[in-house]
Write a protein that binds this ligand. Sequence first.
Ligand SMILES: [Zn+2]
Length: 260
Amino acid sequence: MFDIGVNLTSTQFASDRQKVVKRARDAGVTGMLITGTNALESQQAQRLAEAQPDFCWSTAGVHPHHASEWSVEIASTLRRLAEKPEVVAIGECGLDFNRNLSAHEQQEYAFDAQLALAAELNMPVFLHCREAHERFAAVLGPWLPKLPGAVIHCFTGTREELEACLAMGLSVGITGWVCDERRGLELRELLPLIPADRLLLETDAPYLLPRDMRPRPTSRRNEPCFLPHIVNQVATWRGENAEELAVRIDQNARTLFRLV
Ligand SMILES: [Zn+2]
């Protein structure tokens, strides 16, 4: 089972990154993608991935929260990083009209620029969209025929948005958000709509600790070693066998990010 969303550069992991990776391996996680959210963290993510060959890979990108930082220099940093073998996707990039930490115009500009970079380098993209589906689809749509793959990570949208994403050909990343006994209910019902070959799972650690773990972890910090819990829950809600799902999401990640 492959975790496509681990924020291993987070300061929450500053004191025990190696142990976090080890615990994930011991828990049966077969690989992980370390998320880059700005130029500095994308560099850190690449170095962390380099230190764990054949287990960790990374993305290089600028999260919409950081879109106001976008510059020609950052674009060339990402381009340089993308040449490294462990950097397998551009992102995370996209739009976030929920927190609006960067202006909408800046977000759209940085998103479009990263899609152009991915198209030029022929790399898949790791996408973020929060309360911005319409503009997200409008900016992304023209680039899709030029991209080898795309995943909308941490999908938490509506049924209509999911159907639109699937119609665009996107893969869909589901986090432990779906385990939330209140907020996750709508998403839970949508899980069977996602084709088996386009489903990916992720912890988004250290965020989004699944709320239904029993016993509850003593820390509120999420870790990639909790991915098996998400696999089990999603398998139950899709009416699938958990072991088969674990194999399937590993294959899907390796195919999308071209690790095989
Ligand atoms: Zn995100």
